[in-house]
Structures are given as structure tokens and as C-alpha cells.
Write a protein that binds this ligand. Structure first.
Ligand SMILES: *Cc1c(COP(=O)(O)O)cnc(C)c1O
Length: 385
């Protein structure tokens, strides 16, 4: 399977290897550090997040979770008078994490890496809509109103692209001093399109956001972004000093915001992608992918043996396939489509049933690809039924 990075992002990524900068400090790579600040500002503007938020370019959304949740951990414990960077978690007040039950498993692993453990998660029922209802959050918060609390919400869950009602939920969480973190691996990019932004209404009210460059922004692997409203908490969680380092100056040191020490100038391909697309090009690409996902869903759902389970509201949808005798053959159809090489689809479990996931985020996916995907699904189905 070949990926589909934007040409300028790919060229910049190759240039970064040749240039071989260590974008750890402004002193080791002045240009890398300055360009990272430009990339960060472009990113905040593109995603329509607070312009004074802090950002870190990391390897992917999972490490963006680890970075942003470390900032969250710092902030909720600092409010209890606990310095987690110095004392760690031994003896600390117990943090609870209330997470949309449809959270991605990368959130769980990030919490494991932070020493919070997977069992700190209290799932918030999100039913079939994938959205946490305000009363569900209110009731969960009321269980222990004074505990240090992090709330994890979704901007685009991996099955149906569901987005939480941030405008309703963020104020509820903030009223009791909880920190709201958003998993927006791909879904946060809906905010870059005026025509899709209503899906993530109020997302800018959260305290931190994690997203990917290597999904919907179409940078090469690997590129993720952690964004935090509270820049002081972000750098308190990540900052490191050592006698041999030269730091301090007009340009920020990237490593004060990232879990890595030495690192490639990884913000540059993201900057190149944003510049290549421009604001309108980015918005158009987001909308186009959503339209293609809906067209693939509609075309395949019409086939005999196919049942549309979730029509894309964003760029993700679900379809189930049944044999004439009613047996669920979704996994066999998925395998046949992937073996044919016309498209790559993955499976999932929805409501206890195996289903096929549709996901479109390629800048170069076109109407012909959509038609070929529908034909490939039709051929697989007629052979397998
Ligand atoms: C892909 C994905 C992640 C993990 O992102 P990586 O870049 O692979 O670390 C997290 N959340 C969601 C919703 C995703 O789709």
C-alpha cells in the first residue's frame, strides 16, 4: 500500500533528512526552531484554536495524547498542591479520567505511559450516537466532585466520526475544575472547513487537543500535534534543563514542549502541507474527503447483501455485509476488497456485529477511486454471497 503525502510535504520531509537539523533547541537549529513557531501559528489558525495556545510536534496522536495529558496531569495535581514532576504519582491524590466510552485505545496507552494506568478510566456512556450526553457527564462528575479530573472527549471517533457536543460538555466539566482533552486525530480537521465545522462546534473551549498530521493533513509519517491552552502547564510537564544546554532566548526551545530530546525538524513537513494547501485548499480537501466517503457509502449500501449502518457525517462510515442466508460475511468481503488492491478498508465491531469501516482522508482520492471502490465491493460481494 502506498501512502499519499502532499508533494510539498514529502519534498520537505526529504529535505529535513538531508538538512539533518537537531530541532531540540533554538541554539542547535535556529531555523528549525523559528520555522516550528511559524508552523505552530499556522496550525492554530487552520484549526481555529486559541492563538496563544502552545503546541508540540510529536510522532503521532498517541504521543500527542501523552504530551497533552501530561500537561493535564500537572495542572489538576498542581491545583491540589501536588508537584507531580518532582514527586511523581506515589502518594499523589488519585486522578480520575472520565472518557467517552468510544475513546481510541491510544488514549489508554498514553495514560499507561503516564503512570495513571488503564483502570483510571471511567467510561462515559456514549450510546449508539458516540456522543456523551450532558447528564451522563454531570452524573459522573458528581460521583466525586473534588477529585482531580480529566475528561477525554472525541472529535471524530474511529467508527462513525462522531464528535462530542463540546459547546455543552466543556462548561459542565470546567464548572468543577476538570481539564478537558480532545482526541481529534482526524476529526479536529473538520474545524478547518467552514462547511464541516459545525460538527465540532465548541471544540475550541477544551483545554488540550491531540491530532495528526499524517492522517488528514497528508504529511508523511510520522507527524502528530499536541496543543494546550495552558502553555505553562504544558512546559512544566515537559521542560528539562541540563548544564550543557544553551537555552533561553527570543525563540522557544522545541524540547520544552515535547517528550523527545533530539528530534528531526518534524514541524516543517506540516508547515509545507499547510502552505501548499492554503486555507481554502485545506477546507476544500476536508469537504471533498467527506463527500467521497458518503459516495462510497451510498454506492456500496445499494448493493444486494450490503446494509448501511452509519452514513458518514464526516469521513467515516460503516457497512455490514450478509450472505443470502443471513450470515455476516463482512470480514470476508473486507479481505477480498483488500486482496484486490483497489482500495484498503478495515473492519470493526459495531453493536456486537462485524462491519466494514469506510475512511477517506487522502488529498488525491478522486471520483474515479470512489467508483472503483464501489465496483470492487460489488465484485467481492457477488462472489462471496
Ligand atoms: C489514529 C488515531 C489515533 C492514534 O494516532 P497515531 O497517530 O497512530 O498515534 C488516536 N485517535 C484516533 C481517533 C485515531 O484515529
Amino acid at each position: 500500500m502506498k501512502g499519499g503525502a502532499l508533494p510539498a510535504a514529502l519534498a520537505t520531509d526529504i529535505m529535513c533528512s538531508g538538512w539533518d537539523q537537531n530541532a531540540v533547541l533554538a541554539s542547535t537549529s535556529p531555523a528549525g526552531a523559528v520555522l516550528e513557531e511559524v508552523a505552530g501559528q499556522f496550525l492554530l489558525e487552520a484549526l481555529r484554536l486559541p492563538s496563544d495556545a502552545s503546541y508540540a510536534f510529536v510522532t503521532g496522536c498517541q504521543m500527542a495524547h501523552a504530551t497533552a495529558l501530561a500537561a493535564a496531569r500537572h495542572a489538576v495535581l498542581a491545583r491540589k498542591g501536588w508537584d507531580v514532576e518532582a514527586k511523581g504519582l506515589q502518594g499523589a491524590p488519585v486522578i480520575r479520567v472520565l472518557a467517552n466510552a468510544h475513546h481510541h485505545s491510544s488514549v489508554t496507552r498514553a495514560l499507561r505511559l503516564l503512570g495513571l494506568g488503564s483502570e483510571c478510566i471511567i467510561p462515559l456512556d456514549a450510546g449508539r450516537t458516540g456522543m456523551v450526553a450532558p447528564d451522563v457527564l454531570r452524573a459522573a462528575l458528581a460521583q466525586e466532585p473534588h477529585a482531580p479530573t480529566i475528561v477525554v472527549l472525541n472529535a471524530g471517533d474511529l467508527n462513525i466520526g462522531a464528535c462530542d457536543d463540546f459547546a455543552a460538555l466543556c462548561p459542565i466539566a470546567h464548572a468543577v475544575g476538570a481539564w478537558v482533552h480532545v482526541d481529534g486525530a482526524f476529526g479536529l480537521w473538520a474545524n478547518a472547513s467552514p462547511r464541516m465545522a459545525s460538527l465540532v462546534k465548541g471544540v475550541e473551549l477544551a483545554d488540550s487537543w491531540a491530532t495528526d498530521g499524517h492522517k488528514w493533513l497528508n504529511t508523511p509519517y510520522d507527524c502528530g500535534m499536541a496543543i494546550t491552552r495552558d502553555a505553562a502547564a504544558h512546559s512544566a510537564a515537559m521542560r528539562m534543563t541540563a548544564e550543557y544546554l544553551t537555552s533561553g532566548g527570543p525563540v522557544r526551545d522545541p524540547m520544552d514542549f515535547t517528550p523527545e530530546w533530539s528530534r528531526r525538524a518534524r514541524a516543517l513537513p506540516a508547515l509545507a502541507a499547510l502552505m501548499e494547501l492554503g486555507r481554502d485548499g485545506l477546507a476544500a480537501m476536508i469537504k471533498r474527503c467527506c463527500d467521497h466517503a458518503a459516495a462510497i457509502f451510498d454506492g456500496i449500501s445499494d448493493l444486494p447483501g450490503a446494509t448501511g449502518i452509519a452514513r458518514p457525517t464526516m469521513n467515516q462510515g460503516l457497512i455490514r455485509f450478509d450472505a443470502a442466508d443471513g450470515t455476516n460475511i463482512s470480514d470476508a468481503v473486507i479481505a477480498a476488497i483488500n486482496a484486490g488492491g483497489e482500495a484498503f478498508v478495515s473492519g470493526g465491531l459495531w453493536d456486537g456485529e462485524r462491519v466494514m469501516r469506510i475512511s477517506v482522508c487522502g488529498w488525491n482520492t478522486n471520483a474515479d477511486d470512489v467508483a472503483r471502490t464501489v465496483v470492487a465491493a460489488g465484485e467481492a460481494l457477488s462472489r462471496l454471497r
